[in-house]
Ligand binder design. Structure first.
Ligand SMILES: Cc1cc2nc3c(=O)[nH]c(=O)nc-3n(C[C@H](O)[C@H](O)[C@H](O)COP(=O)(O)O)c2cc1C
Length: 169
């Protein structure tokens, strides 16, 4: 896909077909994610690919405002033992966000749909994800991503507004 198509076609999709996602595409998504930049290249971000329907239902009930069911969820998380520090103001937020966006754009490129589900820094959502996935205390759940073949169409678009840009000469 052309770069412009990937950027503008990526939209949040909240309805999914009951169709499996190929493992080769999931592997590709992990490669895209790990190509993201990382502060001092510490790479503290880890990934959980969730294929289990019951777990996806539980996460959907406990974490989201609206129930979305997709064949796959990816949890992007931070391994605090690998981060520069465990200070919540540290760069791991940005490391993880860069991985998330690579996954969203990469998925679009592979013909898949996604929806970013904010988790960190909402403590009740972080706790719920930790409980459902039985994560150890060093793993900080950051973002859940729905992944699958979409069952709704949204138009490609840029949301460009010149008022959001300041040019400093
Ligand atoms: C940090 C973050 C958290 C989000 N959390 C949710 C969420 O919990 N549920 C949801 O349906 N969409 C969520 N979204 C998706 C936004 O609602 C969506 O990106 C926005 O409405 C723009 O639409 P678009 O993604 O189609 O361009 C989140 C997006 C971001 C960046």
């Amino acid at each position: 896909m052309e770069f412009n198509d990937v950027i503008y076609k990526r939209r949040s999709i909240r309805k999914y077909l009951n169709k499996d996602v190929e493992d080769s595409k999931l592997l590709e998504l992990m490669k895209y994610a790990m190509a993201a930049p990382s502060a001092i290249n510490k790479k503290p971000v880890v990934f959980y690919i969730i294929k289990n329907n019951e777990i996806i239902e539980k996460l959907s009930d406990g974490v989201l405002f609206s129930k979305i069911i997709s064949p796959i969820m990816i949890l992007v998380a931070v391994d605090l033992t690998k981060s520069i520090s465990t200070n919540p103001n540290d760069f791991y937020n940005q490391d993880a966000s860069a991985c998330v966006e690579n996954i969203l754009l990469g998925a679009t490129n592979l013909g898949l749909s996604t929806c970013w589900i904010g988790t960190y820094p909402k403590q009740e959502k972080v706790n719920k994800v930790k409980e459902v996935l039985n994560l150890n205390e060093n793993i900080l759940p950051f973002t859940l991503i729905h992944v699958g073949y979409g069952d709704e169409k949204k138009e490609a678009r840029t949301q460009y507004e010149s008022s959001r840009v300041t040019i400093i000469k």
